[in-house]
Each structure stands twice: as C-alpha cells, then as structure tokens.
Ligand binder design. Structure first.
Ligand SMILES: Cc1ncc(COP(=O)(O)O)c(C=O)c1O
Length: 230
C-alpha cells in the first residue's frame, strides 16, 4: 500500500486526506438529501442481493469507488435517524459538533490505556472522570472509566460490586477465583431491567439464577415488598 494512504505530515498524504474527506462529505450530503423516507422499504431478501460485493477482494479498489458502492448498497438502505417519522429506540440524530470530534479522534488515533500512547488525551480522560465524580457528589477517592454502552456499564458495575462484596469477606477474586460464598450472592433488579443484567451475572460466575427480579408498579417503580420467588 502506498504510504500516502496513511495520514501524516507529507503534502501528498495531506492532499489525499483533504480530497477523501471532501468526497465522503459530498456522498453523505447527497445520500441524506435523497433519504425521503425513514427506510427504503426493501425486504431483507432483496436487500441482501444488493450486498454482493466481496468483503475482501483480491485486488484493492480505489477509495472513491468503495465509498460510492457503500452509499448505494448500504447507507441508502439504512434507517434515517434524522427523519421526523423516525422514533428512536436508542440512537438519535447526530450532533454536528460531535462529527467534528469524531474526525479529530480518528485522525489523531490516541490510545488512552497508557500515558505514553497518548499524552494529553489520557489526562483529559482522567480530568473528565474527576469532573463527573464531583458532579455526582462522590469524594476524592472516587474513580471511573468510560464504557462503550449499557451492556458494558452494567457488566462493570456488577464486577465491581461482586469484587467489593468478596473483598469485605476476605477474598480477592483475581487471586482466589470465586469462593463458595459467591454462590449466595444475589442481584436485585427490576423485572423490566435489561437482559444484560442476567448476561453479566452469567459471565461473572454468579449464574443467571443469582438475579432476583423485583416487581414494578404501573410507573415502573420497584415495589420493595413484591419479590419473585424464582
Ligand atoms: C436499560 C438498558 N441497559 C442496557 C442496554 C444495552 O445497551 P448497549 O446496547 O449500549 O450495550 C440497553 C439497550 O437497549 C438498555 O435499554
């Protein structure tokens, strides 16, 4: 692969970057302006016929052609999250400044898992977490981490709670694994809680049966006295 395909300080690379970004931006604008409905309406069977390009072709294809094909086969048959008829399950219309942020993030490609791989970005992440801890009224011992979404957040929360409960009883799961005692741990959650609660319990070695679902009232508030027995 030619070196100019990698983003760097050389004029050829910078010119290719500018050209590719402009072409991509134009394709996105064209695609969005043509999306008149929330979805094109194609059935899964018809749509899969559109997706005939090889995932990994033997020969490389010019970036512009890949982008064009991606728009035709994929993005013009995506859900239009910005459309007034689209009711979001989770994801909403995109904020334009966040698109600028995504460009910066992907162009500079920092890795925050250690300071020597990012410099300022590691400190920024820590500052953000400190700020959030303060915002929620936690003391100076508080810490945190950014996760990819709800499933990972639930998993992290249960792992920390499990390890804290074990530590209080003289066990360190990283050293000892799970003692018999862990078989008595229970997670109480609403009967309408997301299935990632059960999933996390399974992965954390507590088992799905450790999850006790608590009934909710008509406003989905936990009813403290009404527990399911199974
Ligand atoms: C309450 C709740 N928790 C967790 C999740 C899972 O989130 P994610 O898809 O970000 O892992 C969802 C997603 O629907 C949710 O509604």
């Amino acid at each position: 692969m030619d070196l100019q395909h990698f983003l760097n300080h050389n004029p050829e690379s910078l010119a290719q970057y500018a050209q590719t970004v402009q072409q991509t931006q134009k394709l996105i604008q064209d695609c969005l302006s043509q999306q008149e409905r929330v979805f094109s309406g194609l059935s899964p069977a018809t749509l899969s016929e559109f997706l005939t390009q090889k995932i990994l072709p033997e020969q490389g294809i010019p970036t512009q052609q890949v982008l064009q094909e991606a728009v035709e086969a994929i993005f013009s048959h995506s859900i239009a999250v910005h459309h007034p008829d689209c009711v979001a399950h989770l994801h909403c219309p995109v904020l334009i400044p966040s698109l600028a942020a995504e460009m910066l993030i992907s162009a500079f490609n920092q890795s925050m898992d250690s300071w020597d791989q990012s410099g300022a970005a590691t400190l920024l992440e820590q500052n953000l977490i400190n700020f959030m801890c303060q915002l929620y009224g936690y003391d100076a011992n508080a810490d945190g981490t950014l996760t990819s979404g709800g499933t990972q957040s639930n998993f992290m929360a249960f792992m920390l709670a499990r390890d804290y409960a074990l530590q209080q009883r003289g066990f360190t799961s990283q050293l000892h694994g799970l003692p018999n005692l862990a078989g008595r741990f229970r997670i109480l959650c609403s009967e309408v809680a997301h299935f990632s609660v059960q999933q996390s319990a399974a992965i954390l070695g507590l088992g799905m049966n450790a999850v006790v679902r608590v009934k909710v009232d008509k406003n989905y508030r936990l009813c403290s006295c009404l527990l399911y027995t199974s």
